[in-house]
Structure formats: structure tokens, C-alpha cells
Design a protein around this ligand. Structure first.
Ligand code: SF4
Ligand SMILES: [Zn+2]
Ligand SMILES: [Zn+2]
Length: 318
């Protein structure tokens, strides 16, 4: 490795604008996150922040840096809470939750853990084969619906006005490509550093402070901070469409560095157009309905989480 661009020390990473040593990389990375929060106006002074966290590298990083940001801005960092969902994935989630409990304890953050089992009557491992038998859905499709459902429900319960997620540039470039490949422009309009097209009281607005940070940068940051982080992936990720898109983008990035950054930056240019098209299209749309079964916001009479639960209950009663 060559010398850091800013000092005499050995570099630990080669970025597009040059090599950086560990000290200069850490401050570059932290500044990038703080600037992202400010540039996209992700946090207001009166916001109550809840961080959706799994104990993985991205969520620990965002939890730590949002807390630092609040402190730097002279805002009340004691109201910040962490929220984790235990989906019930054997040999995986318990390990990351263990790291998370320790982390929250070390950094004095209140942690709430909601489980699929308690709220939906089954772990993901139990529910997946039963729901798959009827619908053909993959684990991530089921997990995603229930996870979003519980995150929103609990964020509201905790009084949060913003829900922080650890989505990084790699995640976002994958989501953009997935929606493009499936011609899902309505869903694409909900992406961006602040998720959703318009604010609605039924939903807690999601924000992504790591939006402009690559997976590689976040990994190096957690390594340099010497946090205990489980780097293993969820065993279900191999079965997902996202994993295929991820691998293709990684290949392109290897060959043409800056590809993911290019996808995200071009998407940011297009996003206002996509969002205004959605708002105009939905001018007669009066916002989400209330699910007839659970009273949570929903795009139909019953929410997707309840629909999946009904299918599961049906199989259990066979
Ligand atoms: S990889 Fe799929 S199953 Fe695993 S936690 Fe993520 S969404 Fe859930
Ligand atoms: Zn340096
Ligand atoms: Zn419901």
C-alpha cells in the first residue's frame, strides 16, 4: 500500500480521490456521514430518533454515528433508541443480537427487540416452508414484509419521528437495479436517502445516513473501530434475487471502479422526477388505509403482513 494523501502514514484504503491512512480514513468517513445527514436534511432538531439495527456492521456504524451527530449538534442524544427484530433465523440472528446487546450497553443506548415469534406466531424458519408451499415466496420476501411491519409498528410505539436504517451505497445501488430490472418505477420512487414519497402519519419516515458510503468503507470503519461484529451473512441471502444483482454489480465495480457510485448519483438526479410523477399519479389517493385485521397502515383492506399470517394460519389448521 502507498502513503496516505494527507500525511506520512501508510494508507489502509485506496479511494477514488487517493489513498488514506487509518486516522484520515476514519475522519473522512465520519464527515461523509454527517454531511449526508445535513445535505439531505435527514434529521431535524425536534426529531425523536429510533435506529433499526441488527448488530451487523452497517447498523452498528449508523447507530454510533447518529448518536455522535446528535451530540455534535447539541441535540438530546439520550432520546435515541435502538430497535432490533429477531426473525428467528437459526445460527445467525442470535449471534448478531448478542453483539448488539453488548454494543448498546457500552454506548448507553436503550434497545428494544421485537420477535416474529411473539407477534406473528412463528419464527421465519418455521413460517417459510409453510408459506412457500402455498405462495412460492422466498424467505426474503416473507422476512421483508414482516420486518418492515414490525419496524414501523415499534418505531411508532417508541414515539419515533424518524427511523434510521443502515442502508449503504451497495444496498441502494442493488435496490435501484432490482426495481429498474423489474420496471418497478413506483417502488423506485420510494428509495433515496429519505424513503417514501410523501410523509404520512401512519408511517415513520426512514432515513439512510450511510447512503453515500460503500460496503467496503463501512467494513473498514468497523474494523478500525475494533467493534465486535459478525461479518457472516444471513443463510437465506443466497436464495435471493438481490444476491444475484449484488454479485453482478460487484463484478462490474471490480472491472469499472465507481460503478455503484455512478448508479446512485444518477438515480439521485432522477429521483425528484420519479417522486413528482408518483405524487401526480396519486393525486386522488388519500393515503394508506387501515388494515381491517391489525389497524396498521396498509395499501389494501388487509396489510401484507396480515395476508401472510392468514396463509400461515391456514396451513397450521390443515
Ligand atoms: S437475507 Fe433475507 S431472510 Fe435474511 S435477514 Fe435479510 S431479508 Fe431476512
Ligand atoms: Zn493520513
Ligand atoms: Zn394488518
Amino acid at each position: 500500500m502507498s502513503k496516505c494523501d494527507k500525511c506520512e502514514h501508510k494508507s489502509v484504503i485506496m479511494l477514488q480521490h487517493g489513498p488514506l491512512c487509518s486516522k484520515h480514513f476514519v475522519s473522512y468517513f465520519e464527515n461523509k456521514v454527517f454531511k449526508t445527514i445535513q445535505k439531505f436534511k435527514l434529521i431535524n432538531r425536534d426529531d425523536i430518533i429510533c435506529v433499526a439495527t441488527s448488530g451487523g456492521k452497517d447498523s452498528l456504524t449508523v447507530l454510533y454515528l447518529v448518536k455522535q451527530y446528535l451530540k455534535r449538534q447539541g441535540m438530546d442524544s439520550t432520546t435515541l433508541t435502538a430497535l432490533a427484530i429477531n426473525e428467528g433465523i437459526a445460527d445467525y440472528r442470535e449471534k448478531t443480537l448478542e453483539d448488539l446487546r453488548k454494543f448498546c450497553n457500552d454506548y448507553d443506548v436503550d434497545l428494544t427487540v421485537a420477535t416474529f415469534e411473539e407477534h406473528l406466531g412463528a419464527t421465519l424458519d418455521e413460517a417459510y416452508p409453510k408459506i412457500n408451499k402455498i405462495t412460492g415466496k422466498k424467505p426474503c420476501n416473507i422476512c421483508g414484509v414482516w420486518r418492515r411491519y414490525l419496524l414501523n409498528k415499534y418505531a411508532k410505539k417508541l414515539g419515533a419521528t424518524k427511523l434510521v436504517t443502515g442502508h449503504n451505497m451497495d444496498d441502494e445501488s442493488q435496490a435501484i437495479m432490482m426495481n429498474m430490472c423489474k420496471a418497478n418505477t413506483s417502488l423506485a420512487a420510494k428509495l433515496g436517502p429519505m424513503g417514501g414519497v410523501a410523509a404520512h402519519e401512519g408511517f415513520t419516515r426512514r432515513i439512510k445516513p450511510l447512503y453515500l458510503c460503500s460496503e467496503k468503507e463501512t467494513r473498514l470503519y468497523t474494523f478500525l473501530k475494533q467493534w465486535k461484529v459478525e461479518y457472516t451473512e444471513c443463510p437465506n441471502v443466497i436464495a435471493s434475487y438481490r444476491a444475484e444483482i449484488r454479485d453482478s454489480l460487484n463484478q462490474l465495480e471490480e472491472k469499472y471502479p465507481g460503478t455503484k457510485n455512478g448508479i446512485v448519483k444518477s438515480f439521485l438526479d432522477m429521483l425528484p422526477l420519479l417522486q413528482s410523477r408518483e405524487l401526480n399519479k396519486d393525486s386522488k389517493y388519500s393515503g394508506p388505509q387501515t388494515c381491517a385485521l391489525c389497524s396498521e397502515p396498509s395499501n389494501a383492506t388487509e396489510c401484507n403482513a396480515c395476508k401472510l399470517k392468514t396463509i400461515l394460519d391456514g396451513v397450521n389448521n390443515e
